[in-house]
Structure formats: C-alpha cells, structure tokens
Design a protein around this ligand. Structure first.
Ligand SMILES: [Zn+2]
Length: 402
C-alpha cells in the first residue's frame, strides 16, 4: 500500500486554494491547510489549477501508428477504401496492437488522461488478435489508467459471415462494451443488423457504443431504430452513439424530436467535433439533458495523420468547432472530456471530492478556459493515488517504458 499523499495549494477548477489528501488511491479530504498524516508524501502545488483525471471517450488504441515511422497516406476517399486498406495493412505490416496501444496509452497518461474507452477491431481476418493485444495494455496499466474495450466490427457486422460470432467471443473474453457500425451504409440491412447487434448485447449483458456516420435522413432512420431497440430491451442508460453526424444536418423540428427521445432513454452521444463533418448541436443536446462526451477518434493511423493524445487539445477543438468563446462555454468543452466523459462511459468515482478516485491533474493555468486554450504541459499527474508524471513526462518504472 502506497503512503498517503498530500498535495498542497491547488485550485480545483480554478476555485480558491485548498489541499488535497490522498489515501488508499482515493481522495480522502479536500480543504484549506490539511494536516499531513505521519509518513505522508507532501507535494507543493504552488497554486496550480487542479483538474480531475481527463477522460477519452472514443479512440482506437489498437490502430495507432504512434511512435512509428511516418505512414504515407494514399488511401481512397470512401469509407470502404479506408476499412479495406487498414485491414490489409495490419495483416501485412506486423503492426502490433499490444505495443501500439501501450505507446499511445502511456502518452495519454503523461497528459493526464486516466480513463479511456477504446474501440478495438474485431473481424474475420484478425479474429480477436487486436483485442488480446489491447487487453495486455489494459491489464498492465490498470492500477493507474482504466481502459474500457469496445468489441468493434470495423469491417461490418453482416457482410463477413462469422463476425457476429467473433463479437460474442470478444465479449465472452472480457471486452467491456459491444460496438456497432453504420447499419444502413455498411451493412445495407439496418433492421437485421441492429437486431443481431442488440441481441448480442442483451445476451451478454453488455452496454453498446455504435459508430453512426450516416448522413441526414439515413442516419436519422438508423438512429430511430437504435432508440426503438434501446427502449424495447430496457437498455436505458446503456447505449452510446458515437459521431451521430446526422443530428447536425436535420431540420430543427426533426432534430429536436430525436434529442427528446435520446434524452428520455438516457442514450449518450460521443463526438470528436470534426471540422469537416456536420456535428450534433452540443449546447442544444446539453440543454435537452443529453450527456455529450468528447473523444479523439483515431490518432495517427491509416485513417488519419492527425491527432494528439491530449484531451485538452480535444476540448479546444470542440470549442473551435462549436464556436465556444465565453468562459462558461469553454467549461462545457472541458466537461466533455471530464465529468460527461466519465458519465457516458460509466467510469465510477470521477471528480474532486472525497471518495473519488485520486486522479489529479495539475497545470499552470489561471482558469479552466485558460487551460483549454493554452494546453500547458501537465505539471503533475496523480493516477490511482500515485504520482505518475511530472512536467509532461511519465516517471520511470511504469509498464511499457523503453
Ligand atoms: Zn471511431
């Protein structure tokens, strides 16, 4: 058991300075001038801004090329071009989901991200290989960083026979969440596709997180089918829809009707706030009572050369995409990668009050909005009650070093 840790003189979300006492991996007390228990490690915060551990609600750790030589992207523009190219690349290049997921997860941790939901490709060519790789990272980093895996049919659910069985095997092998993908555009049979998918989730008792890139009316149709099944199977609070681009291009009345249903069913939305696609209306979703989480999606993979494992950068990109300028609006952008992210993914004990998991991020910033805009290196990161990074760099001794 690690000794108690007292972090002095920090400002939670920019509020008045307090001390934070950490014991047994949890926040034990928050208040001014706390006494250090005998043997406690004392860390001077120096008036730093204090944030809770950052949350990545949608990424693909298994695909990343993080740290590898530059990948020259000459991939076609269709979704199927990217899917087929990636599957062939991964089969032929020796790309290792264990090593790559570890490299990216460590970079996330150094930047203060202590919870991650990652989708992991399951297909008839690779089987469960990528999941097994990510699960090695998940287990190695578990004391510090909580990683959820989503069994994700990147190549479609119906088009390649055997995929549904593999998804079931992935859930039986410990995948935390069942993923889905474009039931109209990829599978071409949305009713059957979603019936199979929801049947699997129901059978295995797992939550769902469905990629929905489909535009406009097509996406709205699929979303309606998703909501129908969520209600029919009593999966309120257990379903996430990632991207939901269609919500950004529907007529207002149709969009608002869907938002009301989404809120009533406790379905959460996850956005990467891409600059090149329509996006769900963030503030209208929040006003409707919908939890909207933020994620990077893929980072430096065969799909995209872009991305950085820094959730403050994602919060900034959310702010830019939604034209958030007021400080309270930028607070909402940060909320997507902290409180709302934890809520969306079901990570318990997230926050900065006694009893919460001791995941602390200290930065040199005046306010939350300043932190999102300036994205300074993380001065100190505490994860699971232990100091894991200083000045933006992980301490030696953590798994995956070298
Ligand atoms: Zn994705």
């Amino acid at each position: 058991m690690s000794p108690a840790l007292l972090v002095r003189d920090v400002r939670p979300h920019g509020a008045a300075p307090v001390d934070v006492l950490v014991q047994h991996g949890r926040i034990a007390a928050v208040g001014p001038r706390l006494a250090a228990p005998p043997g406690a490690q004392v860390e001077e915060g120096g008036g730093a801004l204090l944030l809770p551990g950052l949350v990545e609600s949608h990424t693909h750790l298994d695909k990343t090329l993080w740290g590898l030589p530059w990948y020259r992207n000459e991939v076609g523009s269709r979704l199927t071009d990217k899917i087929d190219n990636e599957r062939a690349f991964r089969a032929g290049s020796g790309h290792d989901a264990a090593a790559q997921s570890m490299a990216l997860a460590r970079a996330f941790l150094a930047a203060g991200t202590t919870r991650i939901r990652t989708h992991v490709d399951i297909d008839t060519q690779a089987g469960l290989k990528h999941l097994e790789g990510v699960q090695r990272t998940q287990a190695a980093l578990a004391p510090w960083q909580q990683i959820q895996t989503v069994a994700f049919p990147q190549s479609g659910l119906l088009g390649r026979p055997g995929t549904a069985e593999l998804l079931g095997a992935a859930l039986a092998a410990g995948a935390d969440v069942l993923g889905g993908l474009d039931p109209c555009a990829i599978d071409g049979d949305p009713v059957r596709s979603l019936d199979v998918l929801f049947g699997l989730a129901d059978k295995h008792g797992k939550p769902l997180d469905i990629h929905l890139h489909e535009p406009g009316a097509m996406g709205a149709f699929s979303l309606g089918l998703i909501l129908d099944r969520t209600a029919a199977l009593g999966l309120q609070g257990r379903v996430a829809v990632s991207h939901a681009f269609c919500l950004g291009e529907l007529p207002a009345a149709e969009c608002n009707a869907l938002l009301a249903r989404i809120a009533a069913l406790g379905v959460v939305l996850v956005t990467s706030a891409p600059p090149s696609r329509p996006v769900p209306p963030l503030m209208a979703c929040r006003a409707a009572g919908i939890t909207v989480a933020g994620g990077n999606d893929g980072i430096r993979d065969t799909w995209t050369p872009y991305g950085t494992p820094d959730m403050l950068e994602r919060a900034m990109l959310i702010g830019l995409r939604y034209n958030l300028r007021r400080d309270d609006e930028i607070d909402a952008a940060l909320d997507c990668v902290t409180r709302a992210g934890a809520l969306a993914c079901g990570f318990e004990g997230h926050g900065l009050v006694p009893g919460d998991r001791a995941d602390l991020v200290l930065l040199d910033a005046q306010t939350v909005a300043h932190a999102v805009v300036a994205r300074p290196p993380r001065r100190l990161v505490v994860a699971g009650g232990q100091i894991v990074a200083r000045g933006g760099a992980l301490l030696p001794g953590l798994p995956g070093a070298g």
